[in-house]
Design a protein around this ligand. Structure first.
Ligand SMILES: Cc1cc2nc3c(=O)[nH]c(=O)nc-3n(C[C@H](O)[C@H](O)[C@H](O)COP(=O)(O)OP(=O)(O)OC[C@H]3O[C@@H](n4cnc5c(N)ncnc54)[C@H](O)[C@@H]3O)c2cc1C
Length: 427
């Protein structure tokens, strides 16, 4: 194992996020570009020195559709990253981050993905819950939970969706009642990604009797390892089961572990959703690039690259990837608050459809082979028993992109009503 936190290259940026006096501010102008280049080099060096040995097998593993791969090892990798100061790089220094300016945060995620950095086991904590706590939680809650996210020792899942509350989240039926100094929770969540590997869940629950819709909901932090919580994995068409049904049957959590005021959880829950468009999406674009590269390789191997229609579709994907990147940068620059800006609404719709189309091109490139999925012993690190080519996995898993984080139809409603100011749909 590599020595935790050791980097042989001198860090231009201290953990405090301040740029060293020699390097100048990293915001704009030629010196900022030079700083960014140095910073990118620092990341590349660190990744080269640390993503090896026992971690080498994690390269390019654990992304969407592959989250079951090497879970324990990816959790250990989170601690390795943390020791090097590479978790939560955009968080404020006082909350345990590096306080990196946006340009460098983006640079980090891009270089991480380019170096083959594995899918982040701490993604939900770092990308969703952490920013929510920083924005909405009491100092005590922040002190209790932010360090576990920064150090890669506590992992989180998101308990929003229920059988009749997905797009219509305000229909949440899970209830929590106060009993002494605890909340007692009953209800069911569904599609809870990574619940089986998470120590904690942030749960949207109804805490006021007789309340309806978005009133009377609370945002509770609930430990998963207790008798009142049952997790049932849901096996998907990819053969893997990274998301779950979660049943709460008298589950308990401290009355203090409510983010925001009891009954006012809707505002907090919406804040979390807005963070889904954060800087981490820039790494996603790099991962898509790599997938496209894989498709081109497959087309070269079987000769379909000579087909003018396939060539045109590949070129179109490449162009759309560039547009995706510029879209994401535009969102990140527009607004750093938790408000959902019009640019972000367009971005989700854009990348989700791009990725789904990429899956379709991948299958078409395979030709007749695309009709076969190979059944065999699982790869090392795979929990499932269906081995698929990366193109198959991409095709199947990318179907979910237009559902989670706001389905296409809901995104279109949002764009129509909130961005374009069209009349609200009849309810
Ligand atoms: C891979 C993946 C991971 C997920 N991880 C999590 C997680 O970790 N935690 C969590 O809480 N949830 C998670 N989800 C759930 C996700 O948030 C929901 O699937 C999503 O909100 C849609 O809800 P639903 O599945 O209940 O579909 P529904 O809301 O029932 O929608 C069904 C269809 O009806 C359409 N529709 C619904 N309402 C309208 C309307 N008003 N106008 C037009 N069309 C409409 C939808 O667009 C969709 O096509 C995950 C989902 C996926 C696919």
């Amino acid at each position: 194992m590599t020595t935790a936190g050791a980097t042989s290259s001198a860090s231009v940026f201290s953990k405090s996020g301040s740029v060293s006096p020699e390097s100048g501010p990293a915001t704009s102008g030629p010196s900022a570009l030079a700083d960014e280049a140095t910073f990118r080099e620092e990341i590349r060096t660190w990744m080269g020195e640390h993503l090896r040995g026992e971690f080498a097998k994690l390269r390019h593993r654990g992304g969407p559709g592959d989250e079951h791969a090497f879970v324990e090892e990816r959790m250990a990798w989170e601690r390795e990253l943390a020791a090097g100061g590479w978790t939560c790089v955009g968080w404020p220094v006082e909350d345990g981050g590096r306080g990196l300016p946006l340009d460098l945060e983006v640079a980090f995620h891009e270089e991480y993905a380019r170096a083959g950095g594995p899918g982040r086991a701490g993604l939900v904590g770092e990308g969703l819950l952490g920013p929510t706590l920083i924005h909405f939680a009491s100092p005590e809650i922040k002190q209790r939970f932010l360090p576990g996210i920064v150090s890669g020792t506590e992992f989180w899942c998101q308990g929003y969706s229920e059988p009749n509350a997905g797009s219509d989240l305000a229909n949440v039926k899970t209830r929590a009642r106060r009993e002494g100094d605890e909340w007692v929770i009953d209800g069911q969540k569904v599609w809870t990604s990574l619940a089986q590997w998470s120590g904690w869940c942030f749960v949207v629950a109804r805490t006021e009797d007789g309340s309806e819709r978005h009133h009377g909901l609370s945002y509770l932090l609930v430990p998963m390892d207790q008798p009142g919580v049952e997790i049932r994995p849901i096996r998907q068409i990819t053969g893997t089961a990274e998301f779950n049904e979660v049943f709460f049957d008298g589950a308990r959590t401290s009355v203090e572990l409510c983010v925001g005021a009891p009954g006012e959880g809707w505002k907090v829950a919406m804040g979390t959703l807005a963070f889904e468009r954060g800087a981490l999406t820039l790494g996603q674009q790099m991962a898509f690039e790599r997938e496209l590269h894989g498709i081109v390789e497959a087309a070269r191997r079987n000769g379909s690259v000579g087909d003018p229609v396939i060539r045109q579709r590949l070129a179109e994907l490449s162009t759309r990837l560039r547009i995706m990147r510029w879209n994401a940068l535009r969102v990140l620059r527009v607004d750093e608050s938790v408000a959902l800006v019009p640019e972000a609404m367009v971005t989700k719709l854009f990348w989700a459809n791009l990725h789904r189309d990429m899956g379709e091109v991948a299958i078409d490139v395979l030709g007749a082979e695309g009709m076969l999925t190979r059944y065999s012993e699982a790869d090392e690190g795979d929990a499932g028993d269906i081995e698929m080519s990366p193109e198959h996995k991409l095709f199947f898993f990318s179907r979910s992109d237009t559902i989670y984080g706001g389905s296409d139809q809901i995104q279109r409603n949002l764009i129509g009503e909130r961005a374009l100011g069209l009349p609200r749909e009849p309810r």
